[in-house]
Ligand binder design. Structure first.
Ligand SMILES: [Zn+2]
Length: 503
């Protein structure tokens, strides 16, 4: 294909080009797929599966998080410790979806869960609208319990992928309704989608969950009284849980919102107390959100919060030999990396160390300023902008740099060649000149996803797998026979309106 012509908007992708470029099935078919078909029986009996997802975690993140943890906490990460352990198996997932070589979280979680590649933005639904059976429902039919724990709304794409089916991942109210009696332990944010006063249909889902015997938790302190309840609904914010970095600087937030590790620990206790068999998904969902904002400090604190939960899960797995622990991501995002800085890269470490001094997220800085404007207050002048910037970063940038950023603010979102161009991207680049972290963009990437596994059945997760292979492996562990229908990229094409090249 003539990329120059495509650049100029003269041509759109033809059918064959599409298959070559974004053809998920074409890419995946070169791999030894098992799909959702039952595979060989594992040597050890797997009764518990803990599936951990650092959402949108590019391959460079764990090694940066290790450096950052040593810098800020004087201790290393569970990721590195587990990676280095001789009993840990290592692998990768190929992650393309049916609509693109670059997946979103909805198609990625659905692939793990249903064994089928689907279009981005849909959850466990084929392009023609046929729903697929998610793994969470299949294992529950075999008497397993199901838990979902996340720092996002509990109805966000990644947790929803294990239990819900919908043609629109943004229908979080509809997804919340699908959770009733289908998930045993659910914890994270998203109270707005369960609350009668905020739902469009006025349905009091919180009351309905309570009526079915769920312990309802809204505050970190409520976790203390969770003991003895087999079924839990924990909704610790109306939307996503606040970023870890912002929580750490706010006594009010830190007092109210539990960490991912605390939620994971309570979820494991509740599931293990009620059943020998369970599937628990634990998601560090806001790693992805920080990457979408090119926010290195925000991202590293999210990864560390995820890492604390990895330690909780790994401790559990070591005490319970019938546990399989998988630690992975659904896709890369922004591909951040610590770059060589200065002669012989001698300033890279000093640049990286600046990240430890950040006092808030890019999200808080940017949205805080925008909210002022939306609320009718005047846009910040150069002096106020510089002051707020210095509070956020903990260091002073040169006046000229600050002036350029101030002039660009708020620089609304634009697209060029289909890539987002906005203040956040420019801000990320400018911050990177001082922190040493640079990014590929503001969006997901097609990298193979890192994964590692521990315990019973971990040998099934060695090497390069398709993300759809997860379903078949868990199905074998739980004795599930059901196989979902698959659609090839050629079959799916008729349901997809090909977009002309966006310019
Ligand atoms: Zn994302």
């Amino acid at each position: 294909m003539d990329l120059t012509a495509m650049d100029k908007g003269k041509i759109s992708l033809g059918r064959r080009d599409w298959i070559k470029l974004g053809g998920a099935a074409a890419i995946a078919s070169s791999l030894p797929l098992i799909g959702c078909a039952p595979g060989k029986v594992s040597r050890s009996r797997v009764r518990k599966v803990i599936f951990m997802v650092a959402d949108g975690m590019s391959a460079g993140v764990p090694s940066m998080a290790e450096k950052f943890s040593r810098l800020t906490r004087n201790s290393g990460t569970a990721w590195q410790e587990m990676s280095a352990h001789r009993e840990t198996t290592h692998g990768f997932f190929e992650t393309s979806s049916l609509s693109s070589g670059v997946t979103d979280s909805a198609a990625a979680s659905s692939a793990w869960s249903s064994g089928s590649k689907i279009f981005n933005r849909m959850i466990n639904m084929l392009p023609d609208g046929r729903p697929l059976e998610p793994i969470g429902r299949l294992v529950r039919q075999k008497g397993w319990k199901l838990g979902l724990v996340t720092t996002c709304t509990v109805t966000h794409a990644t947790p929803a992928g294990f239990v819900a089916a919908t043609d629109n991942r943004d229908d979080e109210q509809g997804i919340a309704g699908q959770y009733l009696d289908s998930v045993d332990v659910v914890m994270g944010g998203g109270r707005a989608f369960f609350s009668g006063d905020l739902r469009d249909d006025g349905r009091d889902l919180v009351g309905e969950f309570a009526g079915r015997g769920y312990g309802v938790l809204f505050h970190k302190d409520d976790l203390k009284s969770a003991g003895g309840k087999n079924k839990l609904l924990g909704l610790f914010d109306y939307s996503h849980l606040p970023f870890t970095l912002d929580q750490s600087r706010s006594a009010a937030l830190a007092g109210r919102v539990p960490s991912l590790a605390q939620m994971a620990s309570v979820a494991l206790d509740a599931l293990a107390a009620s059943s020998d068999n369970f599937l628990l998904q634990i998601e560090g969902g806001r790693v992805d959100h920080a990457a979408h904002r090119n926010d290195a400090a925000g991202l590293l604190w999210e990864q560390i919060a995820f890492d604390d939960a990895v330690r909780v899960a790994w401790d559990f797995a070591r005490k319970h030999p019938d546990t399989l622990l998988v630690v992975t991501t659904d896709h890369g995002n922004g591909n951040p990396g610590l770059c060589g800085m200065g002669y012989e890269y001698i300033t890279s470490n000093d640049c990286f160390a600046r990240l430890a001094g950040f006092t808030g997220t890019v999200d808080q800085f940017y949205l805080g300023l925008r909210q002022d404007i939306l609320a009718g207050r005047k846009a910040p002048d150069a002096k106020e902008f510089a002051g707020r910037l210095q509070v956020m970063t903990g260091f002073a940038m040169p006046e000229k740099t600050v002036a350029e950023l101030h002039a660009a603010f708020p620089f609304a979102l634009k697209e060029k060649h289909g890539q987002r161009r906005c203040f956040l991207e420019m801000f990320g680049r400018y911050l990177g000149d001082w922190t040493g972290i640079q990014w590929s963009g503001l969006e997901h990437t097609s990298d193979w996803a890192l994964s590692m596994a521990w315990g019973a059945g971990s040998e099934e997760f060695k090497g390069l797998l398709a993300n759809t292979d997860v379903c078949g492996r868990i199905a074998v562990f739980a004795g599930v026979q059901h196989q979902n229908t698959k659609m090839t990229v050629e079959e799916a094409l008729q349901y997809r309106k090909l977009q002309p090249a966006v310019m």
